[in-house]
Design a protein around this ligand. Sequence first.
Ligand code: SF4
Length: 396
Amino acid sequence: MTETRVISDILQRAADGGRITPEEALLLYTEAPLHPLGEAADAVRRRRYPDNVVTYLIDRNINYTNVCVTACKFCAFYRAPKHAEGWTHDTEEILRRCAEAVELGATQVMLQGGHHPQYGVEYYENLFGAVKKAFPQLVIHSIGPSEILHMAKVSAVSIEDAIKRIKAAGLDSIAGAGAEMLPERPRKAIAPLKESGARWLEVMEVAHTLGVESTATMMMGTGETAAERIEHLRMIRDVQDRTKGFRSFIPWTYQPENNHLKGRTQATGLEYLRLVAVARLFFETVPHLQASWLTTGKDIGQLSLHMGVDDLGSIMLEENVISSAGARHRSNLHELIGLIRTADRIPAQRDTLYNRLAVHWTPQDDPKDERVVSHFSSIALPGGGAGRSLPLIDAK
Ligand code: SF4
């Protein structure tokens, strides 16, 4: 059989909902013609979501500290302990930011921060408990396996105990953060002090087993090979086969400013779109696929809606981590909905669990709140911008 025929057969099987192997995924990623690849991925999306709805979310990423002992080379957000630009926010400041988010219609907060040397399980219990008590309507989709491993170590408890305790305190869902690249070689090159990819997955598996679902992410563009990108997908799918706990997969591209890795994003728009399409075909067990307009830009974000993507992510009322490294694509509610509608899809606001809160069947149904805009603060806003109301300093 010719390679063209082989590729065509794999695409057809995947489009029909069949499973493809990692080797087949790599062949599609590197060799499949772009348009048939996108058509197959979109066929999977259409079968899953035949009403043509593409969702978005309103949430706020709130950072409780930028102090971190892990020093990932790609990170522009963290400051080492005792650094003059290090800051921590008290609970009052976090609640003030949550209140602003609720006022603007947010349904979710993503509480993220560095690995502060003193933050054990008790810190997160208090934080989540306070947020849940003040805003029971907000879903706490927060932290990631790295933070869980760190807090368990600081408090000298097991991963299982840490997760049970923060779940009881109010954590609803674990963010897919910190996955970066899961295979060992590229992960060690960019984050030598971070837990291994296997440990990242182990924490997710324990959480899923305890009834806490999560998302999964991937940061591409730091020098990993095509085979390593597909290996990252395989590692996630193997866990998903056992747990069914990953709701969505969210690939994004490395941002090269203000960090120790520097260089440039080694993932072009086309590489991103191809990866998105292959992910849709490979993850027949992961329900949702989210594009990262923040890192790739709105044009690529919109194009991804024709490569199998069914979710355009969040407005992000506040984001400081990825924008610190150079991602400066802003949006607002009206524009994000417009991107979905002009891609010939039906926009709908969702919550964390992908329940549809409002489907905007026609432009007359579109929400008109012009205050719902993404805001990014600078990397070293004195005190992390404590006490400042939205808008924070916006990246220009
Ligand atoms: S990515 Fe997270 S763990 Fe790594 S240095 Fe930045 S804040 Fe710390």
